[in-house]
Write a protein that binds this ligand. Structure first.
Ligand SMILES: *Cc1c(COP(=O)(O)O)cnc(C)c1O
Length: 369
């Protein structure tokens, strides 16, 4: 599966340089102490859409607070979508995105579900290339670090009536991030939510929208209260089948080497990491099955030793081993409780492609600097 190459219209973005950019010394200091999503680069890219006019006002300008009318529709009805992807710095200093066209296409699927206008793929790519052209020095070069990109679109029309807004703002901001697990990959513990769901049939589960995250925060708090770091959601209809975590997809590794992941039902977010992991595993000769997986067979399989590893995956944390699964009625250690070998191998396979240490046989990487 090769992602279609698409041209970008980075040149259409008018650059208004930040009059007071971060000094090289202050930037170096910031890049030496990376945490997730707290530090932002000097610029942001933006565009605006108006009904009847379409997309206009392509700009790269100083990163700054927005002016928003208190009646802006997003603040009342949550008409908002986002994406998340990274710029990787290779050993030779060059800068690369991983499957950005897949993010652009998913952004448009999310837009359709939230009754928002689609954004041409060349604008999505163009905004990224235009921003990286001015803020490329913010891409860290230390191990497993990257520049996290957050494209998002929201309803900015000042109007309290309930209908799709006639004005939308698209913005792209960027944040240098370090390894998700400073000091090495550590297995996470997961609380299985039984009283709450993140998505239901016909809802917005397959769209990347802020509202899904708002709904996941209370169960997430419940997970923390039980000493767990993440929540696993089950299907809303029967409360029986594994779906995913608040922001990561799930995989199960059986002792016989078969790998399973919940099939896409419309309530699960189709992760780009998920589909890449499936492809890499299959190409390595592993059997990957996408199907409905019950929680009962997971707990039984962990007890019997039939399930050897569980891992979660997504752009931010890449591939994360799951060491423990708990809920009101059980608390089990997965395998040895440590990161399993299949999990760590697929993690390395994927990051080797992303950081240019392995051949990009799929055409997944997209150079931006
Ligand atoms: C973004 C996201 C993922 C992971 O998607 P990637 O494309 O792999 O980053 C998984 N689940 C949810 C709910 C998400 O929002």
């Amino acid at each position: 599966m090769t992602d279609t190459a698409t041209t970008s219209n980075a040149g259409a973005f008018e650059v208004r340089p930040n009059p007071a950019p971060t000094s090289a010394a202050a930037r170096a200091e910031a890049l030496a102490d990376l945490r997730f999503g707290v530090q932002f680069t000097d610029h942001m890219a933006r565009m605006q859409w108006r009904k009847d006019e379409g997309w206009n006002d392509r700009r790269v300008e100083a990163y700054a607070p927005l002016q928003l009318d208190p009646a802006a529709a997003v603040l009342h009805y949550a008409q908002e979508i986002f994406e998340g992807l990274k710029v990787y710095r290779w050993e030779d200093g060059s800068l690369h995105l991983f499957r950005p066209v897949a993010n652009a296409e998913r952004f448009n699927r999310s837009a359709r579900r939230l009754a928002m206008p689609e954004l041409p793929v060349e604008d999505f790519l163009g905004s990224i290339e235009a921003l990286v052209a001015v803020d490329g020095e913010w891409v860290p070069g230390s191990e497993e670090s990257s520049l996290y990109l957050r494209p998002f679109m929201f309803a900015s029309e000042a109007f309290l009536g309930v209908r799709p807004a006639h004005v939308m703002d698209y913005l792209l901001i960027a944040s240098p991030v370090g390894p998700y697990f400073p000091g090495g990959v550590k297995p996470v513990s997961i609380w299985v939510a039984t009283d709450y769901h993140r998505a239901g049939p016909g809802g917005t589960g397959a769209a990347k929208c802020g509202g899904n995250y708002a709904a996941s925060l209370l169960p997430q708090q419940e997970a923390y209260a039980h000493g767990c770091q993440q929540v696993m959601f089950l299907d809303a209809r029967e409360g029986k089948f594994l779906e995913e975590l608040g922001g990561m997809n799930l995989f199960v590794v059986r002792a016989d080497g078969t790998i399973e992941t919940p099939r896409l039902t419309g309530t699960i977010l189709e992760g780009i990491t998920r589909s890449s992991v499936i492809q890499l595993l299959e190409d390595d000769g592993k059997k990957v099955v996408e199907r409905d997986i019950t929680l009962a067979e997971i707990t039984a399989g962990i007890d019997s030793g039939d399930i050897a590893e569980i891992f979660a995956c997504g752009t931010a944390a890449v591939v994360t081993p799951v060491g423990r699964l708990a809920s009101e009625s059980f608390d089990v250690t997965v395998g040895t409780g440590d990161a399993g070998s299949v999990t760590m191998a697929i993690r390395e396979r994927l990051t080797d492609v992303q950081y240019g240490r392995a051949d990009d046989v799929y055409g997944w990487m997209h150079r931006v600097g």
